[in-house]
Design a protein around this ligand. Structure first.
Ligand code: MIC
Ligand code: SF4
Length: 644
């Protein structure tokens, strides 16, 4: 039997376990990336490991999230990350150079390599045939130190593409169609592998849009083959030497197959407040809009900007609409200037933002009250835009641009004939904003620059014999890390200060949670299904840790968040019978006796609701490594134990 592309790359990097689906495997990591909102913690953790020099083939630290500097905090964190990078062998992409995933694709990604990043949209690299996975900062720190990265050996879903996209229908519509089919939890434990004749009709930026937003499926990652289209892209980046051809064998077997005829797709939009709440533009109708934002790691490539400029040319943004555009990288922005696209956009009245995440993470451009905002981004969780009742629709750049002109949601197919948008044969290459690290022999000369905002991370204790704690919070299904640990302009600057940032923990769901949890001293959280979906931010585990949360009991977990909880030493447990969820209320006292042995035995874990006098069963589906981490009280303690 032949192999899938995923299996080929994973088995070439396998260092522990066997390629048995559902079991834990350890893989070697070739490249890592961090961004600034998760980076400070990741580098503090890397420092704590005492490894002088990163052991990966390439590690890059990007500054792209916390670019709104309304106080000293973000700038201090940038300096800290820059100095750590310089000392320990990490390339440093300076603020202004662009969004990590866009820049990494352009300048560093290599087909067939493994990449983990402390950001959930790291799978963007799958657009050029990498196994690129989002992870918690601690896992990235370990990988930088040469450690193994562990995942559940994934099931592989084959999305077979046939046909060709109709004019003005976009790669964004492909991933929205997949989200509609699979939902935000449909990808958990799976890799989405794209094959079929339709693949060759998609350019690398289009493929990257699809793999990027595959994160919203909860998938481990998504991947495209590396073919002539990949070669042309790498050649245009002056990096053809890193290209290798890669694809699945013809007789590869998949766990699931989904057929998509690209020719049959129509413009789509993800409606508030979930990326899988997908409707066609005609279903939604000509809705009046207030704002349009174009950019983010999903749709900020030069190709996207070419399409947008074509639509905006000679027009003016509708008087009732604000249009903001954030190009994905310095390379994209310079080429936009060179090709005259920037002038067209400025002429049309677009508000040009710096090459960074910007409004995608609530760093400015929050919409008006109850405002309807069309965004080319990947997440529309409630409140993420910074306006609690903002109504965010996720759409393609084509749809966003034409709607900005018309003032209402408009089908881009009404624009008229679509010219052929060809990517240039050579991109403008200037890596002057990527600072190189010093040689190892000179590392002592580099001083680490630490600002007062950087506080040590909370230390967890080894697992107690018994968990006996009351429920401090009960939440429903699909709770995102934006609920658990919100981002945005006000809170993001506190990413290096866990005591302070924890004041906002779960504030979206219950403003009193922080005070209550602190007062209780120790507690348990009850959640619904797909708990912790969304970002990779380990702050969504570190803040609860700081607030004394000992266990989180849910109907199911999202992958990265579950790993982050274990890394933090918080026990993630799943109801055997989902009906038990309804029988537990806030304030109920939960007791799990002899928890270490119960976990060790690997069978069902018996817990008791002391307040309501009943017992219930929980699943603790952990590998031996995860069990040991939990006993030790998290990954850092475990690593220290191992080193001793
Ligand atoms: C996001 O898109 O939610 C973020 C902000 O990029 C996060 C990382 C973070 O919270 O810092 C992600 O996707 O992992
Ligand atoms: Fe940045 Fe948004 Fe992409 Fe996250 S999803 S990396 S915030 S652009």
């Amino acid at each position: 039997m032949g192999l899938t592309l995923t299996e080929k790359i994973l088995s070439a990097h396998l260092v522990e376990g066997e390629m048995v689906k559902g079991s834990e495997i350890g893989i070697r990591i070739d490249q890592t990336l961090t961004q600034d909102a998760t980076g400070t913690m990741a580098y503090l953790e890397f420092e704590a490991m005492g490894v002088p020099r990163v052991k990966t083939e390439r590690s890059v630290a990007y500054i792209d999230h916390n670019t709104l500097q309304s106080g000293f905090e973000n700038a201090d964190d940038h300096r800290f990350i820059g100095s750590i990078a310089k000392k320990h062998g990490i390339y440093f992409s300076r603020p202004g150079n662009g969004i990590c995933h866009q820049v990494h694709l352009e300048r560093f990604g290599i087909p067939g390599k493994t990449l983990i990043g402390s950001d959930s949209h790291t799978p963007t690299g799958g657009g050029i045939g990498m196994i690129a996975i989002g992870a918690g900062g601690m896992d990235v720190a370990v990988a930088m130190g040469g450690g193994t990265y562990y995942i559940t050996c994934p099931k592989i879903v084959n999305v077979r593409l046939s046909g060709k996209l109709q004019p003005w229908v976009s790669a964004k519509d492909v991933i929205l169609a997949v989200l509609k089919k699979l939902s935000v939890k449909g990808g958990v434990g799976k890799v989405i592998e794209y094959t079929g004749d339709g693949v060759k009709t998609l350019s690398v930026p289009e493929r990257a849009t699809i793999t990027n937003m595959g994160a919203e499926l909860g998938a481990t990652t998504s991947i495209f083959p590396s073919d002539d289209v990949t070669l042309a892209f790498l050649k245009a980046q002056g990096r053809e030497d890193v290209w290798i051809p890669l694809c699945a064998d013809n007789d590869a077997e998949y766990d699931e197959v989904i057929n998509i005829d690209l020719s049959g797709l129509v413009p789509l939009a993800a409606c508030p407040h979930s990326p899988d709440n997908v409707k066609s533009v005609s279903e939604i109708g000509a809705m009046k809009i207030d704002q349009v934002c174009i950019g983010s790691c999903t749709n900020s490539s030069l190709l996207d900007m070419m399409k947008v400029a074509h639509i905006l040319k000679g027009k003016t943004v509708h008087p009732d609409v604000s249009l903001a555009i954030a190009p994905g990288s310095k390379q994209v922005l310079t080429m936009m200037a060179e090709l005259g696209l920037l002038e067209i956009m400025i002429d049309a009245g677009a508000r040009i933002l710096e090459s960074a995440c910007g409004p995608c993470i609530g760093m400015g451009q929050s919409p008006n009250s109850a405002g309807i905002s069309l965004r080319t981004f990947n997440r529309n969780f409630e409140g993420r835009s910074g306006t609690k009742d903002g109504q965010i629709y996720l759409v393609s750049p084509e749809l966003a641009a034409i709607s900005a002109i018309k003032g209402v949601l408009t089908d881009p197919r009404t624009v008229g004939e679509m010219p052929e948008f060809k990517l240039p044969e050579k991109f403008k290459i200037n890596d002057n904003m990527i600072a190189l690290p010093v040689d190892e022999k000179d590392m002592d000369s580099v001083e680490i620059l630490r600002g007062p905002n950087i506080k040590p991370f909370p230390v967890s204790k080894p697992m107690p014999d018994k968990i006996c704690a009351a429920v401090s919070l009960k939440v429903g299904d699909n709770i995102t890390t934006d609920h658990i640990m919100p981002a945005g302009a006000k809170i993001l600057p506190l990413r290096s200060n866990i005591p302070k940032i924890s004041e906002y923990c779960f504030a979206v769901c219950d403003e009193k949670f922080h005070d209550r949890a602190l007062e209780m001293g120790k507690s348990v959280i009850i959640g619904g299904s797909n708990y912790g979906q969304g970002s990779s931010r380990e702050h969504a585990a570190l803040a609860p840790l700081y607030l004394g949360v000992k266990a989180v009991i849910t109907k199911s977990f999202a992958r990265i968040h579950m790993a982050n909880l274990i890394n933090a030493g918080i026990v993630p447990l799943v109801f055997k019978n989902e009906a038990d969820y309804d029988r537990i209320g806030e304030g109920d006292e939960i007791v799990i006796d002899d928890i270490i042995n119960q976990i060790k035995n690997g069978a069902l874990i018996i817990a008791e609701n002391k307040t309501k006098s009943f017992t219930f069963e929980l699943i603790g589906d952990f590998s031996d490594r995860q069990k040991n981490m939990l006993y030790a009280g998290g990954l850092l303690n475990y690593t220290k134990e191992q080193n001793n």
